[in-house]
Design a binder for this molecule. Structure first.
Ligand code: C5P
Length: 305
């Protein structure tokens, strides 16, 4: 379908929030013929993330980023999303994209995927295009396994390679302490090393995702903490033992549960008391040094559409 953008004033601009996520549960169900892994994962958007400003202009797409370590060429999902969007709907306009990056890179927090989803939704609004959600989802699925989750808003059980989304009720009010050790882990590396290290050595079966979903709906922090699980954690901890030490520190400081998010390297702790989370953040920085990035946040309760 070809849909042309309606003309808008040249200065039209829009600022959108691009939330980070954590995985409370990530179970690899098996390897797929296409090389990806079949997943069962529960992801929750956070009240913390990046900010993206989109400014409509006559022609051309450009990206500027506040973090100089992040490339601003086509390898950046935010720019790729804009290019795909313009091509898909034959838009005869351009845009300037400004990305204020707060989320650490290659961190298991979904930063790039969230930026891509925010750009897709933002451009649709900026140019008032009649692209429906299913069309955006189709485009999102071609750009990465987590982009669909961020188009969707709210907590979700994700299957397939992560792109099949089922929204789930979540009332979890815990404070979330994020700790990034200052190095990234490649998602590809994490998956490739899963078979060598994780499940074959499990002594107990993974927790049931249905128990986690019930605990999330009931704001049952103890129940949620009992169900935290990540198939990708074991290989990363084997290579970077500091991740286990950070988790232990958070648990000693009162976290009800702690886990690595996604393919890492960020680990998170869930605390009933935000003050204890802030104290633990200071403790982690004191114990492991200034390379530790910490952030205390909550799960997102607002819709970002
Ligand atoms: O889909 P995305 O680009 O985020 O994935 C990055 C890499 O992570 C893939 O190239 C693949 O190696 C691995 N991956 C996987 N199974 C998934 C998701 C990602 O093997 N379900």
């Amino acid at each position: 379908m070809t849909t042309q953008a309606r003309p808008r004033p040249r200065s039209a601009s829009l600022t959108v929030f691009s939330p980070a996520k954590i995985n409370l549960y990530l179970r690899i169900v098996g390897k797929r013929p296409d090389g990806y892994h079949e997943l069962e994962t529960v992801m929750l958007p956070l009240d913390f993330g990046d900010q993206i400003t989109l400014q409509s202009r006559k022609s051309g797409l450009t990206l500027a980023c506040s973090n100089p370590s992040l490339p601003t060429d086509d390898s950046n999902l935010a720019l790729r999303a804009a290019k795909n969007f313009v091509a898909r709907w034959s838009v005869e306009r351009g845009a300037k994209i400004a990305l204020k990056k707060r989320t650490p890179l290659a961190a298991g927090l979904g930063g790039g995927s969230s930026n891509a989803a925010a750009v897709l939704r933002g451009l649709r609004r900026l140019w008032e295009l009649p692209a429906d959600d299913s069309m955006l989802h189709e485009l999102a699925a071609s750009m990465g396994s987590d982009v669909n989750f961020f188009l969707n808003d709210g907590a979700a059980l994700c299957t397939g390679r992560g792109e099949k989304i089922e929204t789930v009720p979540c009332r979890l009010s815990a404070a979330v302490l994020l700790v990034n050790p200052g190095f990234g882990i490649s998602t590809k590396w994490a998956y490739e090393n899963w078979a060598k290290a994780a499940e074959p050595r499990l002594t107990a079966p993974p927790p049931q995702v249905s128990l986690l979903l019930r605990a999330l709906a009931e704001d049952d922090l103890a129940g949620v903490s009992r169900c935290l699980f990540n198939s990708l954690e074991a290989p990363s901890i084997r290579k970077f033992p500091v991740l286990e030490l950070i988790k232990k520190t958070m648990r000693d400081d009162g976290a009800a549960g702690a886990l690595m998010s996604g393919s890492g390297a960020t680990v998170f702790g869930l605390f009933a008391d935000p003050k204890a989370a802030r104290q633990s953040a200071a403790h982690v920085r004191g114990q492991f040094g200034p390379s530790m990035w910490t952030k205390v946040t909550r799960f997102a309760t607002v819709r970002h559409k």
